[in-house]
Design a protein around this ligand. Structure first.
Ligand code: ATP
Ligand code: MG
Length: 183
């Protein structure tokens, strides 16, 4: 499913509501250092169900909430909405009756995260599975992290192969072969 829009409120440096239109053909985000490019990509991973604070460059999940600046107080929640194109009706049953599907994740300080798909409350697992089936998601090689290209170039051949196999979507086959050999 294609991503149409990403809406952020109180997420990291995006304290004011921000609506990013993801036009067809968008392949990169450019801007001065510290303007929030990596934060945008993290918002995308986060709304898809990322649970590791480290992947968000934080020590705890509450670190994604706007922490305040000299002129502005901290916020108590962060919310990211990802709107996806569903004109081909690829969304799972129950969420499949309109041309767009919206996934919302909201974290409240000291409380934790809540997820919605199409306005209905769902579990984190439901959102993660939705993306696993669409072969994208928070860990997808389709999202290229800062520094990941040089990691790939400098990796040992064996590790580099693993990354390429992950990108080709064949790494699951090793697990299945291993299981078959044990039988
Ligand atoms: P670079 O070009 O250096 O990679 P970038 O555009 O990727 O920069 P980001 O890393 O996305 O920039 O944004 C960094 C900014 O986000 C910093 O100014 C940092 O203070 C701010 N920031 C991160 N987390 C929070 C938070 N919880 N609250 C407020 N600001 C935050
Ligand atoms: Mg960056």
């Amino acid at each position: 499913m294609r991503f149409n829009r990403l809406k952020l409120t109180g997420f990291k440096s995006f304290v004011d509501p921000t609506d990013l239109i993801i036009a067809e053909g968008l392949t990169g985000v450019v801007g001065p250092n510290g303007c929030g490019k990596s934060n945008l990509l993290e918002a995308l991973r986060w709304v898809m169900g990322e649970t590791r604070a480290k992947a968000m460059r934080g020590s705890g999940m509450d670190d994604v909430i706007f922490a305040g600046a000299s002129t502005r107080p901290a916020r108590n929640f962060a919310e990211v909405v990802l709107q996806m194109d569903n004109s081909e009706r690829l969304a799972p049953a129950g969420f499949n009756d309109s041309d767009t599907v919206e996934i919302t994740r909201r974290i409240t300080r000291d409380v934790g995260s809540a997820y919605k798909v199409g306005g209905k409350d769902v579990r984190a697992r439901d959102v993660q599975m939705l993306f696993a089936d669409a072969s994208t998601g928070a860990h997808s090689p389709a999202l290229v992290r800062q520094g990941q290209i040089s990691e790939l170039i400098n990796a040992k051949p064996k590790n580099r192969r693993r990354i390429l196999e992950e990108a080709a979507g064949i790494s699951g086959l090793y697990q299945r072969r291993h299981e078959a050999e044990l039988k």
